[in-house]
Design a binder for this molecule. Structure first.
Ligand code: ADP
Length: 284
């Protein structure tokens, strides 16, 4: 059974007003337990709206969302439980740090869930470790952390709730290339160990190329495709038409193919591209 199922969901902001805006239009998909799914799409394609619907922050204007087969809005008063199970890291989450110490900030979520001190402590330390936050930083003020460390602390706060589904909305936005890479590999490592479902929103295909099992491509509020990462990358031309920047290595493969050189276009990393070209040369 799928862990998350979206069935014909639509979402309209400010319905019935002059500002009415249909952000999602009849979107359906299923996500299996343990999958790592990337969500890509141009700005305004509906990614943020979609993920806020998945954890019950927004309620669909039409359609249903199921968590483990149960309609999440069946009992609206219980929606808090959905938010505990589907953990959400917002864009620029570091702006939500507000406690005196990093420790207190990370323990805020588990505390809210009613966990005792011992369990909370375990979770805080584990979450800090998962996100690569050094133990000694737990006792400092979050405002004394660097930008990258603040981001990690905020992510650790959601991981500490141990969600079955972890959703991250543009977790690498604003980080430098090294910081981006480090954070992504930490998220990938977390997923490998915890084996939960992770959904990562990004406008960069490059970010998710090496880590996602499948990619959901959004365009103008609709599901454009949901397929394996390799199959999505193989459609680089279409993605470019949607205004998505395909990684340079994928672009090189696309150009080689146009020149009649029979390389596999579904290349995700520079290493794979290198091997693909080598194979092609030795086959000649
Ligand atoms: P993305 O995350 O892909 O950039 P969003 O889900 O933020 O897309 O936005 C989808 C559409 O909904 C866009 O046209 C956007 O302008 C609109 N939108 C987003 N938030 C609001 C809001 N609070 N009120 C009205 N329209 C909104």
């Amino acid at each position: 059974m799928s862990v998350i199922k979206a069935e014909n969901i639509s979402f309209v902001y400010s319905p019935g007003t002059a500002f009415e805006k249909k952000a999602l239009d009849n979107v359906s998909f299923e996500i299996e337990e343990g999958e790592f799914v990337g969500i890509i799409g141009h700005t305004g394609s509906g990614k943020s709206t979609l993920v806020q619907l998945l954890n019950g922050l927004l309620r669909p204007s039409a359609g249903k969302i199921y968590l483990d087969g149960k309609d999440i809005w069946e009992k609206p008063k219980k929606i808090r439980n959905v938010r505990f199970r589907v953990g959400m890291v917002f864009q620029y989450p570091e702006y939500q740090l507000f406690e005196e110490t990093v420790y207190k900030d990370i323990s805020f979520g588990p505390g809210n869930m009613g966990l005792d001190e011992e369990e909370t402590d375990k979770r805080v330390r584990k979450a800090a470790e998962f996100t690569g936050l050094k133990e000694e930083l737990l006792e400092v003020s979050p405002f004394d952390l660097s930008g990258g460390e603040k981001r990690r602390a905020a992510i650790a706060g959601v991981i500490a709730m141990d969600p079955d589904v972890l959703i991250l909305d543009e977790p690498t936005a604003g980080l430098d290339p090294l910081g981006r890479e480090a954070l992504l590999s930490q998220i990938a490592d977390y997923h490998k160990v915890r084996k939960n479902t992770v959904m990562l929103v990004s406008h960069s295909m490059e970010d998710i190329a090496a880590i996602a099992d499948r990619i959901l491509v959004m365009a103008k509020g609709k599901k454009y495709m949901l397929d394996s990462t390799a199959n999505v990358f193989a459609k680089g031309d279409e993605l470019e038409k949607l205004g998505l920047k395909v990684p340079q290595v994928t672009k090189i493969m696309m150009m080689l193919r146009k020149k009649g050189i029979n390389v596999d276009p579904a290349v995700l990393t520079v290493d794979q591209g290198f091997n693909e070209i080598l194979n092609c040369l030795s086959a000649r």
